[in-house]
Design a protein around this ligand. Sequence first.
Ligand code: HEC
Length: 135
Amino acid sequence: MSVLRWTARACVLGYLAWGMGFALADTPADLLAHYKAEAQGQPAGDAGRGQVFFNKTHGNEWKCASCHGAVPTGKGEHAMTHKVIEPMAPAFNAQRFTDLAKSEKWFRRNCKDVLARECTAAEKADVLAWLLSLK
Ligand code: HEC
């Protein structure tokens, strides 16, 4: 087998392994990398900006903190239904940000409530970077 073909084969296997790992078990770091890549060179993944974003209103009545708490290392409470929401920071809740589809679904829904639009990839990366910094 030529070196070229061998290299091509190794690349394909590498991609497959990466793809499967990504589908089976995302980590919060995977998701952060995903959103940073999606931001396409815009500044993204700034924890300080994420904290400000999370704790201010964006034209509507609610902020992210209204349901998740100002520092979401503990449980939050839904502003309407008063249902308990488990902590958002991955260090305090191992299930957080381990499923891209789930995180996307909630980002979509919650951002529409708070900003009346979807969050940008850069905004998601900022929030996630801040949540990851909470220990
Ligand atoms: C009206 C209440 C409410 C507001 C406001 C709110 N959320 Fe949520 N959020 C929820 C609920 C309910 C869930 C789903 C229950 C759960 O995952 O514990 C959730 C889940 C999430 C998740 C899923 C995390 C995961 O497990 O992957 C993300 C991300 C999220 N919210 C981000 C935000 C952001 C960012 C904002 C501000 C733009 C925000 N939320 C504002 C109620 C809210």
